[in-house]
Design a binder for this molecule. Structure first.
Ligand SMILES: [Zn+2]
Length: 205
């Protein structure tokens, strides 16, 4: 994470100035310092973002098509907030940038750097996910991170909305991705599997 260093500084004023003038000068000085610090912070964020983008590769045209198809499926199923973020704010990458080497990844499909809105998409997204629906499920999870949600919230959201997406036990229950994500959801969002009266104790069934 970025850390912004706050500097202390002293304002020197001459003894003979009127109080109102002094107040005005101090106010102007504070505003100037604030503007300088804000500009420095924005430049630091831009430099950090560019360092992430420049140390990774973009998806190929074929990979980009798969990503776009998955986003379109999300749009067709009514996930407009997620689609807005994925289409309008996200930079997709195909390889890890320098920061990702320090970050634990909970699965091998994709990872997100919030608030830089960078989504890195890994080979499993194209090969282990069996169709557009499973790829849309992966992007839905990443879109929740783009909103600042943590793993518990992202897993729980996808699991609660899997039927709206068209990704359920009935349609995809035997795929590697369904089995993997269900297991991960049970670990990351155990509160959803606390209903003994429901099948598989799954409160969303
Ligand atoms: Zn995640």
């Amino acid at each position: 994470m970025l850390q912004f260093v706050v500097e202390c500084y002293t304002l020197f004023v001459s003894k003979g100035r009127e109080l109102t003038l002094l107040t005005y000068d101090v106010l102007i000085a504070i505003l100037q310092q604030t503007a300088t610090h804000a500009a420095s912070a924005v430049l630091a964020i831009i430099a950090f973002y560019l360092s992430l983008v420049s140390t990774s590769l973009p998806p190929t045209a074929y990979e980009r098509l798969q990503i776009d198809n998955a986003i379109q499926l999300l749009a067709d199923r009514g996930f407009s907030e997620e689609v807005f973020l994925l289409k309008g704010t996200t930079t997709f990458r195909a390889t890890d940038h320098w920061l990702n080497s320090f970050v634990d990844k909970e699965n091998a499909y994709a990872s997100t750097n919030f608030p830089f809105q960078i989504v890195t998409v890994y080979p499993d997204f194209y090969s282990k996910a069996e169709d557009n629906t499973e790829r849309a499920m992966v992007l839905m999870h990443e879109a929740r991170h783009l909103m600042g949600e943590n793993e518990n919230e992202a897993y729980a959201y996808v699991w609660r909305h899997r039927k709206q997406l068209g990704w359920s036990m009935k349609t995809h229950g035997s795929t590697d991705s369904y089995v993997t994500i269900e297991q991960q959801t049970r670990e990351m969002a155990p509160e959803l599997f606390n209903c003994p009266e429901k099948p598989w104790e799954d409160c969303t069934e």
